[in-house]
Design a binder for this molecule. Structure first.
Ligand SMILES: Cc1cc2nc3c(=O)[nH]c(=O)nc-3n(C[C@H](O)[C@H](O)[C@H](O)COP(=O)(O)OP(=O)(O)OC[C@H]3O[C@@H](n4cnc5c(N)ncnc54)[C@H](O)[C@@H]3O)c2cc1C
Length: 671
């Protein structure tokens, strides 16, 4: 037989990998034409990210089409090339500092430059209500937090770190929202200022919407803010008069400047392009206090030399006593203008009671930690979506990765971990919503009615205990998960793929995601926080574990003890081990075992909720995910063996990873 001549490849000839096609992560049945809708049972059948669809199904009442259609729309907007172009712009063109004016003076007007892509992504975030939907209080019949965090899940990897300022904005809105009815007291005008800021923080209109920063970390430490060196003091009447004479009366939108003067230095500020910030400072009374500060103030508001021409111009403004010392040079989050700030004679308002700053700012931290956990899930989800798409087109040893058993068993295991973490994070989200809304209106009519306690005190205590666990464990798990997603793509996974809309750039997502275990409190700090809760005599009648946590877990496990007999035993064992670890231990011992406590709490709660979902909404993939996850958490792994041979198991691996069997794969591509 004559041999075919060898043909050498070149840069333009030879093999070219077909481009993987990312499916929208969520496809709502409600958004499909009638004919297509009839082909499917639920949105989980039509969605690429099945667990997200199941989460919506679990926590929303039936027929909440406004929510599901919005999520459907954002899932498509996130993959729209005309929007992805902003994401690659923000990723490639980093913020720049211009500290001096043309003639060498300090640039107080516009020292920070951010790219138009970054600004556009922020605008889209406002329009889609990434923060605002949680505050649209006319919606009482569904969990607004579920809606918000599902949208955030679909948007945030495309949003390219705009989610960071948005999370702080949400936290600031929650904090200011608690003080809108406070009397002005000795700060006349404060309520009006806070009301205006709150209106802007919760607005969907990019023309008026604000983001907020959160300035806690100083050179002395972010984990322990007791060393804060920023100082605030009341301006004397003479000083206030002088300020007025010099034209410093109102901020850039005309709200009165506060009666406090703030000086100090902040070591990390991420939302440096925000319009306001909440910060901690010492006062002479002792302890830390929380302050509201607008970023800009008008200059020359009452300057005597205003001419007719000046009046026609928009009012001039400058930074409110803030100097950006330098931008941080970071491993990831490149689009985010994280900076060091010197604060000199800035004007602000005291929030709440003097000396109670740490308590006040915890309202922000509760929200930002939830965003950190849920944002980690969002990043991980996008990583897995890319992995699925790639596995469908990439060939090794003559076959597609999607048919390779070794590849499938590995990626199925990764998918199981992701599902469990997603359920864990969204349990926190659902509980946050339950604290803000009426259980009878919002939860009673959902499949989660026997998961989310009706007693608000119990929900508050559970969330107080579990939020630091979620923040710590999910952040770290997502870092590990995204590393696997990078490996899934081989060498391409390690590259900064900013072509083709940057959709395949897992490296960027990985770099960005790596900060999640650090900011808003490191893992050790979260473990310490959990210990604080465990020994807090004010929670759960003095013993949160025995009086709130264990009864709740046992009640949930009891629902499906027949369906998951073996798995429930595994979790009960872990519960016993946790109780033995905690009960009778003093604080120092608990701190020493902090990470073990985090591991147990995560294993118990994520297992409880994954099984709950598979039981209340039965479906083979969900069932198998639950079984696999819980068994992976068994203390004695040797006693746990797969009931199936590997050839049967690999079919299930494929269904878990790709979300469907070979039979219905063709239908998926039409969505
Ligand atoms: C990209 C980025 C953006 C940021 N943006 C902001 C922002 O906008 N606003 C803001 O306020 N901060 C911001 N930060 C700061 C961040 O919150 C802090 O870095 C973080 O809280 C840790 O504080 P630290 O850096 O001072 O480290 P440290 O607190 O000094 O921690 C060092 C080590 O000590 C360990 N440790 C600390 N306390 C304990 C303990 N009790 N027990 C055991 N171990 C302990 C930590 O786990 C860590 O390993 C940002 C950080 C980054 C990286």
């Amino acid at each position: 037989m004559a041999q075919q001549p060898l043909v050498a490849s070149s840069s333009t000839t030879g093999f070219f990998q077909a481009l993987p096609v990312l499916q929208p992560q969520y496809t709502s049945l409600d958004s499909l034409p009638d004919a297509n809708r009839k082909l499917y049972k639920s949105s989980a059948d039509t969605s690429d990210d099945k667990v997200l669809a199941r989460i919506l199904d679990l926590y929303l009442p039936p027929n909440t089409t406004e929510v599901t259609q919005h999520a459907h729309h954002i899932a498509r907007r996130s993959l729209d090339p005309s929007i992805l172009v902003h994401a690659t712009d923000a990723e490639n063109n980093h913020p720049v500092l211009r500290p001096l004016t043309t003639f060498g003076e300090e640039n107080r007007n516009d020292p920070l430059w951010t790219t138009s892509g970054w600004q556009k992504l922020k605008e889209i975030g406002y329009e889609e209500g990434i923060v605002a939907v949680a505050y649209e209080k006319s919606h009482t019949m569904f969990n607004r937090r579920i809606r918000q965090f599902v949208n955030n899940h679909l948007w945030s990897p495309t949003g390219t770190m705009t989610g960071c300022p948005q999370s702080m904005t949400d936290g600031a809105a929650t904090l200011l929202g608690k003080h809108l009815t406070d009397a002005d007291g000795d700060q006349p005008g404060r309520r009006k200022v806070f009301t205006e800021a709150y209106r802007r923080l919760t607005s969907r209109d990019p023309k008026i919407a604000w983001t907020s920063g959160q300035w806690m970390t100083e050179r002395t430490g972010g984990s322990d803010v007791s060393g804060t060196e920023t100082v605030a003091r009341r301006l004397t009447p003479e000083e206030l008069e002088r300020e007025a004479r010099e034209g410093r009366i109102v901020d850039s939108v005309g709200s009165q400047l506060g009666p406090w003067k703030i000086d100090g230095f902040k070591w990390f500020s991420s939302a440096t392009d925000s319009e306001m910030s909440v910060l901690l400072a010492q006062t002479h009374k002792g302890g830390l206090s929380a302050f509201y500060m607008p970023m800009r103030r008008r200059v020359g508001s009452r300057a005597p030399s205003v001419t007719v021409i000046d009046e026609l111009l928009p009012p001039r403004s400058e930074l409110n006593g803030i100097r950006i010392q330098r931008l941080k040079n970071k491993l990831g989050t490149k689009s985010l203008p994280t900076a060091e700030l010197e604060i000199k004679e800035a004007r602000g308002w005291l929030i709440g009671t003097e000396g109670q700053g740490v308590k006040e700012i915890s309202a922000i931290l509760n929200i930002t930690r939830l965003f950190t956990a849920a944002g980690s899930i969002a990043n991980w989800s996008r990583g897995l979506a890319i992995s699925r798409a790639y596995s469908k087109v990439r060939k090794v040893r003559g076959g597609l990765l999607q048919d390779n058993p070794a590849h499938l068993t590995w990626m199925a295991e990764e998918t199981v971990k992701y599902w469990a973490s997603a359920h864990f994070a969204f349990l926190g989200v659902a509980m946050q919503g339950a604290l803000e809304q009426d259980w009878d209106q919002m939860t009673a009519n959902t499949k989660a009615a026997t998961l989310i306690p009706k007693d608000r005190m119990a929900v508050a205590a559970l969330l107080r205990l579990l939020l630091p666990v979620m923040k710590a464990q999910i952040s770290v798990a997502s870092v590990q998960g995204l590393r696997q997603c990078m490996e899934c793509l081989g060498g391409v996974g390690y590259c900064e793929n900013n072509e083709d809309g940057g959709l395949l750039n897992i490296a960027k997502i990985y770099r960005d995601n790596l900060v999640n275990p650090i900011w808003e409190g490191t893992v050790s700090v979260m473990a310490e926080d959990v210990v604080r809760v465990l020994i807090d005599k004010r929670l759960g009648n003095g013993n949160i574990l025995s009086n709130v946590f264990v009864p709740w877990v046992r009640n949930v496990l009891a629902r499906y003890s027949t369906a998951f007999d073996f798995e429930v035993k595994i979790i009960n064992q872990r519960l016993e081990v946790l109780l033995n670890l905690v009960q009778g231990a003093d604080k120092q011992q608990l701190l020493y075992n902090g990470r073990d406590i985090l591991n147990h709490l995560e294993a118990i709660v994520s297992s409880a909720v994954v099984m709950y979902d598979a039981w209340i909404n039965p479906e083979p993939i969900a069932h198998m995910v639950a079984v696999r996850w819980v068994r992976s958490k068994a203390l004695n792994l040797q006693a746990v063996q797969s009931p199936h041979d590997w050839k049967t198991t690999v079919q299930m691996d494929k269904a878990i990873f790709l979300g469907h069997s070979d039979a219905d794969a063709s239908g998926q591509s039409k969505l």
